[in-house]
Design a protein. Structure first.
Length: 96
């Protein structure tokens, strides 16, 4: 499978490009957190999203997300770049 994303971090330092774990799309898709009843994917302990080719572990942050947990659940385990930039600027990635 082709690689999807490069790093797992809550706050990746801007110049960090060494020792990054690479995720395939299939691996990312297994990190969906607690799922909605109508979602057929199994729940997982971690909730991760990809933005700009980087994977973010948003498990802890999900309860604090100003837009609510449901918004993150909808894009968990997926590339959420388009959805993220529809509502945020890049500054948000370093803020949280």
């Amino acid at each position: 499978q082709a690689s999807c994303c490069s790093v797992i971090a809550s706050h990746p330092p801007p110049n960090l490009h060494t020792n990054m774990k690479t995720f395939t799309k299939a691996e990312l898709a297994t990190h969906v957190g607690s799922r909605f009843a109508e979602d057929d994917r199994p729940s997982s302990d971690k909730m991760m999203i990809a933005i700009d080719g980087y994977v973010y572990d948003v498990t802890s942050f999900s309860k604090l997300h100003p837009g609510g947990l449901a918004v993150l659940r909808m894009v968990a385990g997926e590339d959420a770049t388009k959805q993220f930039y529809g509502l945020h600027t890049k500054d948000v990635l370093t803020k949280y």
